[in-house]
Structures are given as structure tokens and as C-alpha cells.
Design a protein around this ligand. Sequence first.
Ligand code: NAP
Length: 255
Amino acid sequence: MHALVTGASGGLGQAFCNHLAAQGHDLVLVSRRTGQLERIAADARAKFGVDAVVLPADLSEEAARNELAAELGRRGIHVDVLVNNAGFGTIGELAMADVDRLNDEIGLNCGAVAHLSRLFLPGMLEQGSGSIINVASTAAFQPIPTMAVYAATKSFVLSFTQALWEETRSTPVRVTAICPGPTDTAFFDAAGDDKVLANRRTPDQVVASTFRALDRRQPSVTDGFVNAVQGHFAKVMPARIAVPVARLVVAPTKR
Ligand SMILES: NC(=O)c1ccc[n+]([C@@H]2O[C@H](COP(=O)([O-])OP(=O)(O)OC[C@H]3O[C@@H](n4cnc5c(N)ncnc54)[C@H](OP(=O)(O)O)[C@@H]3O)[C@@H](O)[C@H]2O)c1
């Protein structure tokens, strides 16, 4: 029985790997950077004595996801915990955005989450146990100008996960979405603007919130009290107020 963590090469994915390995889970680590994955896998083996398998893949591609499932099948590895964590954001006006990058963002943040859940859920149901953790974001709670596609992909993750939670409620499989706010990872670097939202939580705090929610069988949870309060207001405010406010928070100087 293995826990498959996507985006395991750093940030939240690495924190999920450490937590799961500390609980005694064997790991399957997936992302594109093989060297980073190997380093984290070696660490998990040495520190926690677990099996850790590295399978590099670009998960924005449907064929790569199918090949990942096929490879696990060939190796006789059963996925008991799936953490759909891999994702990235783009910052900037849509009119200026790179179309290929936007398609990759949608393919990874939405396509991989739905597809990998579809690939591994039947095995969990058959086995009579399993967990699916999908990493959404507080960006799911309101549209965000200059991060329009990213926020929409995270709304997809939250909506998809809550529906799946209900579909699996009467089964032993647990499903939850974690909505982190700004967290101290390479995310903003990758998005091209590391000065955005400086007040950040740690990956370990996000992981702790996730497993508390999973234990309580919550459909979703927001990490951190301040994020939860902000999220609540974003959800109840009319769009004509919430959307300009979101723009001011994310890109105060870019109008
Ligand atoms: N940090 C935040 O403030 C924050 C807030 C809310 C939600 N989130 C979400 O948290 C998740 C993890 O992000 P993070 O904060 O840990 O940022 P990160 O450090 O940039 O990690 C992103 C991970 O995704 C992987 N990845 C990117 N493109 C990929 C692809 N095409 N195929 C496979 N893996 C890919 C990266 O690995 P490789 O480069 O090796 O492929 C990396 O491991 C994301 O879904 C993000 O949207 C982050």
C-alpha cells in the first residue's frame, strides 16, 4: 500500500511526503524534477524506513497520467492514499498570457486532479479503504483578476472534491480538499512574482490542517484562522465588491 503524492519535489508535496512517511506509509513520488524527487525519496527511506518509488512525469499530459497508472500496475503497487498536490499559478492580465502555459495550468490543476482520482478511486473502493486529498486554495473562493485562470482552476478542484466527497460518503474511502492561503513555498517564484502576499503559513501547518479534516471526514477545510475568516467574507460578498478587492490584494500596483 503506497501513498502517491504529486508535486512531491518540494513545497507542500514534500511536506505531505514527510508526514505520510512518518506515519509509516510507503511513497510514490511524482513530478518532473527527478533529482529532487530522488533526494526526498532517499531521505524518507533513511529517516522512516519506508519504500519510496520515484516516477517522474509531466502530469499536465493525459498520456503521462495513463502511463503512471500502467507503470504502478506493472510493479504491483496499490495506491491507498492519493494526494493531488501538483499545481502552479500564472500571474498577469489574460490578454498577455502565454496560451500553452495556460493550457498546461488547466491540464495540471484540473485535468490531473479529476483523471488521477478516476484512475485510483476504483482500486480504493475495491480494497475497502483509501484517501484522496486534493489541494485547492483560498483562490477558489472568489475570482482573482490577474490570476483569473488559476483561481478558476482552484474553484474546479474545490467543487469537484466536494462532489466526490458526497459520492464516496457511504464508502470507507475518505475525500477532502485543503484550501491553503499564502504558504511559504516556491509557488510565487514559479508564478513569476515572489512579492505577492508576504504573510505566509508553513507547509507543515497546511498538512496538519489537511489530516485533521480527513480524520473528521470534512469535505473541505481552509488552512488557518485568518484565511478561514477572509474566505468566509469572500464567499458572502457580492462579486462586484469581492472581485475588485481580490485584485487590490493580489496586485495592488498593477492596474
Ligand atoms: N504556496 C501557496 O501559497 C499555495 C496556496 C494555495 C494553494 N497552493 C497549491 O499547493 C500546491 C503545491 O504548490 P506549492 O505551494 O508547494 O508550490 P511549489 O513549491 O511550486 O510546488 C509545485 C509542485 O508541482 C509540481 N509540478 C509543477 N508542474 C508539474 C507538472 N507539469 N507535472 C508534474 N508536477 C508538476 C512541481 O514539481 P516539478 O517542478 O518537479 O514538476 C512541484 O513539486 C499547488 O496545487 C498550489 O496551487 C499553494
